[in-house]
Design a protein around this ligand. Sequence first.
Ligand SMILES: [Zn+2]
Length: 66
Amino acid sequence: MMGAELGSEQQQVVFSVEHCEVCGIDNKRPFQKGDFVIKRSGKCPKCGREMMISAIYAEPLVKGTQ
Ligand SMILES: [Zn+2]
C-alpha cells in the first residue's frame, strides 16, 4: 500500500495570537505554557498596552523549509 499517511508521525507547532484592541493588530507567537484565549499577554509593540490572546491554533510542522 503506497500513499497512506496513517501511522506516520505528524508533528505540529502550536501558536498563540495576541491581539491589541487599541491598534487592532495581531501578533502571532509560539504557544507558551499557560496560554489561553482572552488571557492578557504581552505588550503591544505600537501602543505599549496589554494585548489579549484572541486565538490558539496548531499548524502542521512542514519539514524541509528554511
Ligand atoms: Zn496597540
